[in-house]
Design a protein around this ligand. Structure first.
Ligand SMILES: Cc1ncc(COP(=O)(O)O)c(C=O)c1O
Length: 403
């Protein structure tokens, strides 16, 4: 079966955050300036992490059938739902997960917030690895925790973990939790088994619980292998809570359905209590249908979309090498996000924003959002038809060479 990723879908009128709510000066604005009628003046949004592609046809059909039923009452996942999730994890990552370990939560970001709320007392510390997905910061800070960064090291165009620093910081008795981003947003690393093992051993030795956010785990580029943290050993499984979702994989973020793997009963129970305290025991009626169908029938689509994203990636790398060699692409191993070192432009964040957003009308995620370690970088979301990516890069070339 072939899938069409080249045609542009008009997302206006769908309440799309990416296309219609273009955050400017910290305020969401409803963006009629994103109207395709504005032609080359329209804003191209390559920021928030969803795809401009339709979900797998089987998922769309299952949702249409569900919608046509016409009754959208309270919903709980049936056996078939759990079988689909467990089957996917076993097939794709060789992880054996028991049904009781799975806890549904309406999104990974809400999950991380509630995990911090559940397990961190005021004044306790949580390790993150900046530059990293910025909602980790608010999840910790909004729930009484203190952030400690075991910042990644960027050398020779590649990011690695700093294990000496990790060992030193994890030894602080106030550090109780580490949030791992695996694969890593924004730097695009797919952590190797060896790296994860060193990370996990340091956390185990210091009694630090690991929250492994694996939401990007299905978006792996050729030549790289994803290892799920909990699949490495029983001790790692017991010392971790793995957060997964079909939302990045199959472009279902708006359906707010994610699955946490919590093998330890003494961690599951308090987390369930937190969910209960927030009244979050129900499930999105469309989310369960989409998740089950995607995991059962979406694999061919996923292979095709990843091939397209990898071609987009090669297109971008070649384009920048030829036309804007001062911008350095950090090699992407996983995710559809590309982290670009723009420091050679020698522009402060405000001037860069004016050039990219103001002049090129291109919405990216500025590196500074991911922590001070991201200063001078930009994150591009390349999960879009190639002609949009080409137009975005062309605009960038125009404004940079016209400076
Ligand atoms: C690492 C990471 N975690 C979580 C999320 C969002 O999760 P959710 O939409 O399930 O809350 C994203 C979205 O970009 C992400 O990159």
């Amino acid at each position: 079966m072939t899938f069409d990723f080249d045609s542009e879908m008009n997302r206006l009128g769908t309440h799309s955050v990416k296309w219609e709510f273009l955050f400017d000066k910290g305020r969401p604005q409803y963006g009629d300036h994103a109207d395709p009628k504005h032609g080359r003046n329209r804003i191209l949004p390559l920021w928030v992490a969803d795809m401009d592609f339709c979900s797998p046809p089987a998922v769309v059909e299952a949702l249409v059938a569900r919608a046509q039923h016409g009754i959208f009452g309270y919903t709980a996942p049936a056996d078939s739902y759990y079988e689909a999730v467990i089957g996917w994890m076993a097939r794709r990552y060789g992880r054996t997960v028991e049904r009781d370990w799975l806890v549904l939560t309406p999104g990974v970001v809400p999950a991380i917030n509630m995990l911090v709320e559940t397990f961190i007392s005021p004044g306790e510390k949580v390790l993150v690895q900046r530059p990293v997905y910025y909602p980790f910061f608010s999840a910790v800070e909004n729930n009484g925790g203190e952030i400690v960064s075991n910042s990644l090291v960027y050398a020779d165009g590649r990011y690695t973990m700093n294990f000496d620093d990790l060992a030193q910081k994890a030894a602080d008795p106030a550090v109780k939790m580490a949030i791992l981003c695996s694969p890593h947003n924004p730097v695009g690393r797919v952590w190797s088994r060896e790296e994860l093992t060193r990370f996990g051993e340091i956390c185990l030795a210091n009694d630090v619980m690991v929250i492994s956010d694996e939401i990007h785990c299905d978006l792996i580029h050729s030549g790289h292998t994803f290892t799920s943290f909990g699949s490495i050993s029983d001790e790692f499984a017991e010392n971790s809570i793995v957060c997964t979702a079909p939302s990045k994989t199959f472009n279902l973020a708006g359906l707010k359905t994610s699955n946490l793997v919590i093998p330890r009963e003494d961690w599951r129970k308090p987390y369930l209590k937190t969910l209960m305290r927030h009244g979050l025991m129900g499930t999105n009626a469309f989310g369960v249908v989409a998740t089950e169908t995607a995991y059962n029938e979406g694999e061919a689509w996923l292979t095709a979309v990843m091939a397209y994203i990898e071609e987009n990636y090669r297109f971008m790398v070649d384009y920048l090498a030829e036309h804007l060699p001062q911008l350095k692409v950090v090699p992407t191993e996983g995710t559809y996000l590309v982290w670009v070192d723009c420091r050679a432009l020698r522009l402060d964040p405000a001037a860069r924003k004016e050039l990219i957003m103001g002049k090129a009308k291109l919405y990216l995620d500025e590196g500074e959002m991911f922590g001070a370690e991201g200063e001078g970088f930009e994150r591009f979301n390349i999960a879009c038809p190639r002609h949009i990516l080409a137009e975005a890069l062309e605009r960038l070339r125009e404004v940079i060479s016209g400076q």
